[in-house]
Design a binder for this molecule. Structure first.
Ligand SMILES: Cc1c2[nH]c(c1CCC(=O)O)Cc1[nH]c(c(CCC(=O)O)c1C)Cc1[nH]c(c(CCC(=O)O)c1C)Cc1[nH]c(c(C)c1CCC(=O)O)C2
Length: 339
């Protein structure tokens, strides 16, 4: 059905002519056409207007040519649907004016009917599926419960998410209650996305690496495992844990189809830790896209040689940076296609 199904074949561990490639945050600020839309519409208007979300999702497919599309949206639509206000402040990033800091604060946090409260995401998926016309698969996504808790408690981005960790370690019962409500919402949300036709789902645990290996099990992994258990009967699940190399072994036994790796972990180490049999995705240093195209191409070839062409999805080790020249993003994608 999908014309270019390289991404799905790599997820299933099948032999491929070359690895598939896409870039985390590929629908974004390095594209001049995206910047034009950004001038006209604020962030959540772009997320909540299916026509705009569709246009932005398809933009990199038409202009750069990766092997998979990822829906333009944000992980923070989940707390919004749970009745936690989230704003996107220009120059600051996510801003939550009423963060969760106590058990009492949980009184206002709901597990919503996602088909209703996040209907705009589902409309965007329907519209994007039409616009893609089966050219490439569409990836749906959500933040991990821990990563969502980080924003709900901290109230904004942070270098160490100290308030989120303090909340977990001083009020563990409230923290687990919040994590479970986020998990229940996320599971329903991802199932709804699958019903609307996404071909795989990725869980972003962007701040998993803030936790020690022991705390990671208790406050993050336990909940991601619930998501995998619930979704794997209906779709392939990818898990990207930034800074979570220490959990790769456990993750490899979880039923996830693929694991994301950031650029601080070598291919050899990632293969070793994950048991050598599961599909891995990553891990080009996003800052390396500042290098000239010829250098990018050389380094991408080396990266594929290191991971191996099979059971591998070429990607960045985290989201693309806003000020990357388009030609350099293009060189990254082309280098994989030329492999
Ligand atoms: C932590 C996180 C967030 N959002 C997301 C994560 C996990 C991935 C990661 O770790 O990078 C996930 C995300 N956010 C966005 C996507 C769209 C699809 C894609 O292209 O990958 C995805 C998959 C769009 C976006 N989400 C955001 C932008 C940039 C702001 C804008 O376009 O106005 C985009 C394109 C805003 C956002 N949203 C969030 C942050 C930290 C920011 C950046 C604020 C800033 O740098 O100004 C929360």
């Amino acid at each position: 059905m999908i014309k270019n199904d390289l991404f799905l074949r790599a997820l299933r561990g099948e032999t491929v002519e070359r690895p598939p490639v896409w870039m985390m945050r590929q629908a974004g600020r390095y594209l001049p056409d995206f910047m034009k839309l950004k001038e006209k519409y604020d962030f959540f208007t772009r997320c909540q207007t299916p026509e705009l979300a569709t246009e932005i999702t398809v933009m990199p497919i038409d202009q750069i040519g990766p092997d998979a599309a990822i829906l333009f949206s944000d992980i923070l639509v989940i707390p919004q649907a749970m009745n936690i206000e989230v704003q996107m402040k220009p120059g600051v990033g996510p801003w939550l004016p009423n963060p969760i800091r106590s058990a009492a604060d949980l009184d206002r946090v709901v597990v919503p009917d996602v088909a209703d409260s996040l209907s705009y995401v589902m409309e965007a998926i329907d519209m994007t599926k039409d616009a893609l016309a089966n050219r490439v698969p569409l990836i749906g996504f959500a933040g991990s419960p821990w990563t969502i808790l980080c924003y709900c408690v901290q109230g904004q981005g942070s270098k160490n998410f100290d308030k989120a960790k303090e909340f977990c370690f001083t009020q563990p019962e409230a923290a687990h209650e919040l994590l479970q409500r986020i998990t229940d919402t996320t599971i329903a949300y991802l199932h709804e996305k699958v019903k609307h036709g996404v071909n795989a789902v990725q869980v972003f645990d962007s701040w998993g690496g803030m936790l020690s290996p022991v705390d990671y099990q208790e406050f993050s992994w336990k909940y991601i495992q619930q998501i995998i258990n619930s979704l794997r009967p209906v779709t392939e699940v990818l898990v990207f844990g930034k800074g979570c190399w220490f959990a790769l072994n456990e993750m490899s036994k979880s039923g996830a189809a693929a694991l994301g790796v950031d650029w601080t972990c070598s291919a050899r180490n990632a293969r070793y830790l994950s048991g050598g049999n599961i599909t891995l995705q990553g891990n080009f240093d996003p800052s390396r896209l500042f290098s000239p195209p010829a250098m990018i191409k050389k380094m991408v070839k080396q990266m594929i040689d290191d991971f191996g062409k099979d059971k591998y999805i070429a990607n960045l080790g985290h989201g693309i940076l806003p000020n990357i020249p388009v030609e350099n993003a293009q060189a990254f994608v082309d280098a994989v296609k030329e492999y």
